[in-house]
Design a protein around this ligand. Sequence first.
Ligand code: AMP
Length: 280
Amino acid sequence: MQVIHSIHEMQSLAIQMRTQGKLIGCVPTMGCLHEGHLRLVDIIKEKCDVVVLSIFVNPTQFGPNEDYERYPRAMESDLAMCEGRGVDIVFAPKAEEMYPANFSTYVNEELCSRGLCGDFRPGHFRGVATVVLMLFNIIRPDVAVFGQKDAQQVALIKKMVSDLFVPVTIQVAPIVREEDGLAKSSRNTYLSAPQRKVAPEIFAALQLARTTADGGEHRAKAVCDVVQAHLGKFPDFRPQYISIVDSTTMQPVEEITPGQTLLAVAVALGTTRLIDNIQL
Ligand code: AMP
């Protein structure tokens, strides 16, 4: 496995591999890897000749009062996990090289990034779209994979790729959960033991919503109320949003259309912000 820090070196290698006719797969991450990330590797490995996993805690997607500084970094164990899972190249650029002092170009997606996390994390999706396009231009992937865990991110990246004719295929991977249902996340390391114990109730609330919708209740508000009522039983939860949206545009809907609608939630638990979603 090769570890590359230099942007120029990564880009030159990518161009060379493409000339050789190799299919490049890309797994963008912020590191502190867990099984959720490694499943993305498995998915991309099946489709490509070369797997490039990027590790970059992207400063532009964090707000001024967010956790950029304290975001968990675990390069050594990340590299061991990548090696064990058959990653070919880890690309870990330096923030100073990605964003030199005179950096001044950003990508703004203006539909899918509205609402949900967009309301609570101003500038977040601008940072995401920008860094993902930068990574695509450096790694030149044929295929890139993203987790459904970050459903709004998936929607806006698909939209950016389509709107800007970016020559890459976007693959989406299902959410990987802990045994008790909590969606795996690098930020779960922030949770105290009591918080970790209550956190799976978020997924329990989503499952109640699914049961309700499967039972024939298709009014979005009624289903959101079920989620709200369940989360309300746990005083430590501070829900930020509970929304039913169109899976492609991420815009709110009043009626659930099976297969086309997503229930998405964000819940603050202490100083940790947890997100989860379920297709209805
Ligand atoms: P992150 O390092 O949190 O930026 O995540 C990198 C990629 O892994 C993103 O595409 C995430 O959606 C995906 N990912 C993170 N957690 C999970 C999970 N529990 N299940 C599936 N994909 C995930």
